[in-house]
Write a protein that binds this ligand. Structure first.
Ligand code: BG6
Length: 792
């Protein structure tokens, strides 16, 4: 009996050794092992990994590394290891045994110089040799500030890579840059040390169980969702992360990043793509998921200043002053709250608002993704007779509840009148919500509620994925850069925006509620007087009158930008209505560039009486680039106007700059073609309205100083050369412009102040100042200048 027992034990031992031999040894090096993130989540995540994997054939060693001295580091780590906990359902004796093993396998080491990394590598090799183990791989978890990345990466690459046949995985924590350029620099730098497949960029929201369930849920419920997951049925999508904590203690980080960079650019954007992307056929293929994500990024409509509302909790500036020793006069413009309206311009989502919101010092801590469906039903019976899972008049929604809040744990909720969802039964179970609980306006009993069988912390989930080499929950370089491409222009345009101050917590009241119309977002409550004498621009008073005067002997209208644009849009509509009444059609020639953008948007979203069906749209000038190029004026027209309005296709007249697969070739006679089209459709070649701008060098349309083309002569449309890129242009000529019934010149911004002054004194000198040649022969010229351009 004793013999048999000994044999069995030996066999088990051998099997164990063989299994280890099969899978090999994994060294995990946690850099920044004494930092906050490590203490709060990473050690626990590593312990969980050990619990999950022990006995499955791998052997482990855990190296906690930091710059702290060895003695101090050892003490700190010992404390953290002591505080680790086992899952609730683990038997205490087993827990103590495994925790003891984990503690023995975990060591602290001071890691700074290249020599330290070489020494670490040697020690790992020595251990492998001593214990007769085969190396499976090494994981380096960077829980350190990004400025330290490059040095560490260099040392790992040169001195601490595993031997042949073993893998290297480096795990990186955000921030991954501050904007597109810095993110790209960092990516290039890291790319010089590591292969893409070796890098695991963490976005811990992808490890949150409810977030990780979005794609599997869409996949498992394809049948029910196929007809619903689109603009015809979804009214809006809300992606929300509310926090009660503020930024105290980390203002040096926060001051540099703010809420958009800290949370929206990464966590909420990742969620957005998971909801919006086309569902890959095989959702476990990380390659397919990435490709579909990138496509979703491409469909995101560019954000404008008006797509955002910003706030800052009142105590924030004081905290920054205190923590960063700033003078009493310092006020920060960093937003701690942001609401953003995103549109996804593709056939599936066109017109559906995606609302992203996050903030510190709010009234509750909660995160969720809510897909609210349209309600197109009318129920004939009295409300009392509605049956929850049958009535189509009750709200219909799907909620991926990330955690905290009223529910207190992750969940997936589906309105009972939608469908009974299917979730993986091994990891999600159907539960009954707390009786009496209301969520999103309905009693919890109105929903099918599912929660995870075993609640898991996001970092534990991600560490397990890293260990198993599952890359689909991590941010690839392409993914990262696509997100920065989307956010950087908005961040730039908001750099000097003054955020609305809020008191914090429940006292915020309705102050941060916001609403949207078209592409614009704004706070519901009008701003009370707010005194933020911060750096950057002070809020502009907007109670100035529209000023009317003369400029170069023609009428001048001047106002603050918003009022000026409103006035011009009203005038254009009035002109259009008159023209249609008299002639049955309206011919409008529009310039490109940035000044008309707010005008186009105003026309698109605020002028419902505009006779678009009778309007012909012409271009004043065009850059010689394909029409789909972002530099093309037509593309601007498309992005800011055409996509919103209903103009008959045959009334839109782009300039023919791209004929026979080439750009503005003389032989293609594009200019002549455009002139013939005008002459055929516009009576007397006399536009009803031509909208022009004025460049800082006095150019207008694409007629430039010291370049004779188009200033006089008989050619109505000409090819010209611009001193700015792209150099080749097509433009209406001055003689043709001057045939118009009305010409409006829109001039905006302080940069135009100097040229405005110069041109006000100039005579008729089109060669020097082409704009001075604008003088309609029998029509009217009106100048529209904002105060900054006119008064400086
Ligand atoms: C981090 C942000 O990425 O996410 C923090 O830097 C934020 O500012 C945190 O508090 C929120 O994460 P969680 O897991 O607590 O929702």
């Amino acid at each position: 009996c004793w013999k048999m027992f000994t044999v069995a034990v030996c066999m088990a031992f051998l099997a164990c050794l063989q299994a280890q031999e099969l899978q090999g040894h994994v060294s995990i090096i946690l850099l920044g092992a004494t930092g906050d993130l490590a203490k709060k989540y990473l050690w626990q995540g590593l312990f969980q990994l050990y619990l999950d994997e022990v006995g499955k054939g791998y052997s482990f060693s855990f190296h906690g590394a930091a710059l702290t001295s060895t003695k101090q580091g050892q003490e700190l780590i010992a404390k953290v290891l002591e505080s680790l906990s086992c899952p609730e359902d683990m038997e205490p004796g087993r827990c103590a045994e495994l925790k003891g093993q984990f503690q023995r396998l975990s060591q602290y080491r001071h890691l700074k110089t290249n020599e330290d990394y070489m020494a670490l590598s040697k020690d790992i090799e020595a251990q492998l040799q001593h214990e007769g183990l085969r190396e499976a791989g090494r994981i380096f978890y960077f829980s350190v500030p990004p400025f330290a990345y490059a040095d560490i990466a260099r040392s790992i690459n040169s001195s601490c890579r595993p031997g042949p046949g073993a893998w290297l995985r480096v795990v990186l924590e955000k921030p991954f840059g501050h904007d597109y350029v810095s993110a790209q620099q960092l990516a290039t730098e890291l790319g010089s040390f590591f292969q893409e497949e070796e890098m695991y960029r963490v976005d811990h929201y992808l490890g949150k169980q409810a977030v990780a369930q979005i794609l599997p849920f869409r996949d498992q419920n394809r049948k029910a969702l196929d007809g619903l997951w689109n603009r015809h049925h979804v009214e809006r999508v809300e992606i929300i992360m509310k926090e009660t904590v503020d930024a105290e203690g980390r203002t040096s980080f926060y001051e540099e990043y703010g809420v958009i960079r800290d949370v929206l650019q990464n966590h909420l954007t990742e969620v957005l793509t998971l909801v919006a992307m086309e569902l890959p056929y095989n959702i476990s293929s990380s390659k397919a998921v990435l490709q579909h994500k990138l496509q979703a990024f491409q469909a995101l409509r560019g954000l404008q200043k008006g797509s955002a509302v910003l706030g800052q909790y009142q105590a924030y500036s004081r905290q920054v002053r205190r923590e960063q020793q700033k003078p009493d006069s310092f006020y920060s413009l960093t937003p701690t709250f942001a609401g953003i309206l995103v549109h996804v311009d593709n056939l599936r989502w066109e017109g559906v608002p995606f609302i992203l919101m996050s903030g510190k010092a709010l009234d509750e801590r909660v995160g969720y993704i809510r897909i609210l469906f349209r309600n197109q039903a009318y129920c004939a019976q009295n409300e009392k007779r509605w049956v929850v899972d049958q009535s189509q008049c009750l709200p219909r929604q799907i909620i991926f509840y990330i955690g905290h809040g009223e529910l207190g744990s992750p969940a997936v909720l589906v309105s009972r009148n939608l469908f009974r969802p299917s979730l993986p039964s091994k990891s999600w179970k159907e539960v009954e919500g707390r009786p009496g609980l209301h969520l999103f306006g309905r009693p919890i009993s109105d929903y099918y509620v599912y929660s995870p069988v075993r609640e898991q912390d996001a970092y534990s989930v991600l560490i397990s994925h890293i260990f198993h080499g599952r890359k689909d929950s991590f941010i690839t370089t392409e993914n990262l850069l696509a997100s920065w491409v989307f956010w950087t222009p908005l961040l730039d345009s908001l750099a000097h925006e003054v955020p609305r101050l809020y008191p914090g917590g429940a006292e915020n009241g309705f102050l941060l509620d916001f609403e949207f119309s078209g592409a614009q977002l704004r706070f519901c409550q009008q701003q009370l007087e707010q005194l933020v004498p911060g750096p950057g621009s002070a809020p502009m008073p907007s109670n100035f009158q529209v000023l009317t005067a003369k400029y170069r002997e023609s009428p001048l209208i001047s106002a603050w930008p918003e009022e000026l644009i409103s006035k011009l849009a009203d005038d254009i509509e009035a002109t259009a209505v008159r023209a249609v009444r008299r002639f049955g059609e309206f011919h409008l020639a529009l310039s490109g560039g940035s000044s008309p953008v707010p005008l186009l948007e105003q026309l698109a979203t605020g002028h419902f009486g505009f006779p678009w069906a009778q309007t012909h749209l012409w271009l004043v000038d065009e850059r010689c680039v394909p029409l789909w190029d972002p530099e093309s004026n037509f593309q601007g027209l498309q992005a800011h106007l055409l996509r919103y309005i209903r103009v008959p296709y045959y009334n839109i007249h782009p300039m023919p700059v791209h004929l026979h697969q080439r750009l503005c070739a003389e032989e293609d006679q594009g200019a002549q073609m455009y002139a013939s089209e005008i002459s055929a459709l516009v009576t007397n070649s006399s536009f009803d309205l031509v909208l022009l701008g004025m460049g800082t060098d006095g150019h207008t349309a694409s007629l430039f100083p010291q370049s004779p083309a188009g200033l006089d002569g008989t050619q109505p449309v000409v090819l010209t050369r611009s001193p700015y890129k792209p150099h080749q242009r097509m433009s209406l000529s001055l003689p043709l412009i001057n045939r118009a019934r009305k010409v409006a010149v829109l001039v905006m911004g302080r940069v135009k102040r100097e040229i405005t002054m110069l041109v006000s004194r100039a005579g008729h000198e089109p060669k020097k100042w082409p704009i001075s040649g604008v003088l309609p022969s029998s029509g009217q010229l009106v100048w529209y200048m904002d105060y900054e351009a006119f008064l400086g």
